[in-house]
Design a protein around this ligand. Structure first.
Ligand code: ADP
Ligand code: MG
Length: 150
C-alpha cells in the first residue's frame, strides 16, 4: 500500500525507510515522479524504493549522464533523471529513450527525477513525491496521486 499524505523525515535513513516500505509493497507496475531541488533527497528515495524491490541501493545513483538506468530486482526498475534534458523540446529524447515502452511494461517500476522536464506530457496514474528541505536534515515528503481525470 502506498501512503498518501505528507510526512516529515529527520534523516536520509528515514527517507530511505519510507521509500523502502513503499517498494516492498509493490507487486505490479507503478510510476513515481520525484520532485524537489538538488539535494532534496530524490535519489535517496529512489534507493529506498530499489531496496524494497530487492535491488542493491548502492547500484542506484543519479543517472545524470545516462538519463536512464535499468535495475532488475523483484520487479524491473527504470530510474530516470531528466535534469539534463532541455526545458522544452525533450520529446524526441524521451521517445529515443523509450519512455513509452517503459511505461507500458507490465512488471516495471518507473522512477523519474525532474519530471518537470516531461514538458507538459501527462503520465496517468502516477504517484507524485515532492521533497522539500526543511533545514538541517529535515525533509517534507508529500505523496499524492497525479491527476487521473480519465
Ligand atoms: P537529489 O537526488 O534530490 O538531488 P540526493 O538524494 O542525491 O538529492 O541527496 C540528498 C542529500 O541530502 C544526501 O546527501 C542525504 O544524505 C542528505 N539528507 C539529509 N537529510 C535527508 C533526509 N531527511 N532525506 C533525504 N536526504 C537527506
Ligand atoms: Mg538525484
Amino acid at each position: 500500500m502506498i501512503p498518501i499524505g505528507t510526512f516529515i523525515t529527520h534523516s536520509a535513513e528515514e527517507t530511505f525507510e519510507l521509500a523502502y516500505e513503499i517498494g516492498e509493497g509493490l507487486t505490479a507496475s507503478a510510476v513515481f515522479l520525484l520532485q524537489g531541488d538538488l539535494g532534496a533527497g530524490k535519489t535517496v528515495f529512489a534507493k529506498g524504493l530499489a531496496a524494497g524491490l530487492d535491488i542493491d541501493p548502492a547500484d542506484v545513483n543519479s543517472p545524470t549522464f545516462t538519463i536512464v538506468n535499468q535495475h532488475d530486482g523483484r520487479l524491473r526498475l527504470y530510474h530516470l533523471d531528466l535534469y539534463r534534458l532541455p526545458d522544452t523540446g525533450g520529446a524526441d529524447e524521451l521517445r529515443e529513450l523509450g519512455l513509452d515502452e517503459m511505461l507500458n511494461e507490465s512488471q516495471a517500476v518507473v522512477v523519474i527525477e525532474w519530471p518537470e522536464r516531461l514538458d507538459g506530457r501527462v503520465i496517468a496514474a502516477a504517484y507524485r513525491v515532492r521533497l522539500t528541505d526543511q533545514g538541517g536534515d529535515a525533509r517534507h515528503v508529500e505523496i499524492r496521486r497525479t491527476n487521473t481525470s480519465s
